[in-house]
Design a protein around this ligand. Structure first.
Ligand code: FEO
Length: 177
């Protein structure tokens, strides 16, 4: 009965709204992590890696924006929460991308939980909205894995690392529509 009235008012449930707000925080935190990675790559002396992580930072802001806009579109309330400090120490190119992959797997779990919640609440609009993120996470994990594979292949070879850095310097893409 309650669910029916929520639908009539096109409102998000409190639980769904909270979860979507939490995801804004996850996406902004992701951006902060990638911004830290960009600085760390620059410190190591790899401008291409630094560029790649900076682009990724921008992409994460766009992800947060999608959740922000969606909540407002559904007449919900945005609740911005604190963002933690990225946990980065003395990183290597490989450890940065391993952390990236681990983090993206975490985000994939977050999106899957949101999807389960939307389905459980018969919130079809949110369920459909989340489809883009389900596809995006496949790409996010694959991007990180591809660079890890290349880094493992070149090992300690400086020329190989230089070539990967040059390739990562070319990343200019905006998020896919
Ligand atoms: Fe917004 Fe990298 O997931």
């Amino acid at each position: 009965m309650l669910q029916a009235s929520l639908w009539e008012n096109r409102m998000l449930s409190d639980k769904m709204q909270q979860a979507l707000n939490q995801q804004i925080n996850e996406e902004l935190s992701s951006g902060y992590i990638y911004l830290g990675m960009s600085a760390e790559a620059d410190r190591i002396g790899l401008p291409g890696f630094s560029n790649w992580f900076k682009r990724q930072y921008q992409e994460e802001l766009e992800h947060a924006d999608r959740f922000f806009n969606y909540i407002l579109e559904r007449n919900g309330s945005v609740d911005l929460r604190p963002i933690g400090q990225p946990e980065l120490a003395e990183e290597t190119p490989l450890s940065l991308f391993e952390k990236s992959l681990k983090h993206e797997r975490h985000i994939t779990v977050c999106i899957s939980r949101l999807k389960d919640l939307a389905k459980g609440e018969s919130d079809h609009a949110t369920d459909v909205f989340l489809e883009w993120f389900v596809r995006e996470q496949v790409e996010e994990e694959s991007n990180a894995q591809n660079v890890i594979d290349q880094l493992r292949l070149v090992g300690d070879n400086a020329n190989g690392l230089f070539l990967i850095d040059r390739e990562l310097a070319t990343r200019t893409t905006s998020p896919a529509e």
